[in-house]
Design a protein around this ligand. Structure first.
Ligand SMILES: Nc1ncnc2c1ncn2[C@@H]1O[C@H](COP(=O)(O)OP(=O)(O)OP(=O)(O)O)[C@@H](O)[C@H]1O
Ligand SMILES: [Mg+2]
Length: 265
């Protein structure tokens, strides 16, 4: 099957992580961050990685984005060995990293400028994405004129601008207050339902992971390895009321029990 034929209509890519280990060497010291991690992420699925601080979640994301090379094992995107930076990806970090001297719209359109794409089409797409996350009317504002949640929504629009086949998000809502976080979770769920790209979300928040994902991958303390994978067979897109569903609580409780057994909670 060709790469294109292997993808669902949304155009997400599959990610295959096979026996990956990662050891950092710094000033003579070795840190084993990941050990023997194998994970297949289906094209168009939403997968969350949950694990204690320092267990290698960000490392795993950087490896999957091709920004780091693994010490052992291999990664494949749509079956193709990942040997360089994975350019068809959007990344959202914990802080928005918007450029303060550019307007919100110019920040969102920046990836198209870097990739030398049609700026008129990109600007149209940027405006549409901003409208989708409730930022219509703020296109000309500068990042300093927006709240943290608004800036992070703009950062998500920037990551989605070029219709990447994978969206990586590393604790994207970590710095936000609880109410803004809930709003952002709803935004992400709706955007994912519309775009159907592959999403890899890193979070510390068990309920957030279960709320948004098709699958939750739970990692052990460092050196990180996969303890268990939980399928979340709840209807998508997820309505806020799903938080009251006994099946939702069942999965959350099972994950908590696993963390307790692993000495994390
Ligand atoms: N560039 C680096 N050089 C050396 N060691 C690193 C580097 N990046 C991460 N580490 C180490 O690797 C381990 C895993 O780090 P990583 O940032 O992947 O964890 P994490 O699960 O994302 O943690 P957190 O939840 O706190 O963000 C940590 O012990 C960290 O100190
Ligand atoms: Mg991290």
């Amino acid at each position: 099957m060709t790469e294109a034929a292997a993808r669902p209509p949304g155009g997400g890519a599959s990610i295959s992580i096979s026996h990956v280990g990662m050891t950092y060497q710094r000033r003579g010291a070795r840190v084993d961050a990941l050990t023997d991690v194998s994970l297949d992420i289906a094209a168009g699925s939403f997968v969350s990685i949950l694990g204690p601080s320092g267990c290698g979640k960000s490392t795993l994301m950087m490896l999957a984005a091709g920004l780091y090379r693994p010490s052992s094992g291999e990664l494949r995107i749509d079956g193709k060995l990942l040997e360089d930076c994975f350019t068809d990806a959007g990344i959202v970090f914990q802080t928005d990293v918007l450029l303060p001297w550019l307007s919100i719209l110019d920040n969102v359109v920046m990836p198209a400028r870097i990739k030398r794409l049609d700026l008129e089409a990109a600007t149209k797409q940027g405006r549409a994405l901003l409208a989708q996350v409730g930022l219509g009317g703020f296109e000309a504002n500068y990042p300093s004129e927006l709240s943290g949640g608004m800036r992070q929504r703009a950062a998500i629009c920037r990551a989605l601008l070029c219709e990447p086949s994978v969206l990586f998000m590393d604790e994207p809502f970590g710095a936000l207050d609880a109410l803004t976080r809930e709003r952002m979770q709803a935004d992400i769920n709706r955007l994912w339902a519309e775009h159907r790209k592959t999403v890899l979300l890193i979070t510390h928040d068990i309920e957030e992971a279960v709320l948004l994902s098709d699958e939750v991958v739970v990692m052990s303390p460092r050196p990180g390895r996969i303890l268990r994978r939980f399928r979340v067979d709840l209807p998508q897109p997820r309505e806020p009321a799903i938080r009251r569903d006994p099946r939702f609580h069942g999965i959350v409780d099972d994950i908590r029990a696993l963390f307790r057994d692993a000495g994390v909670l």
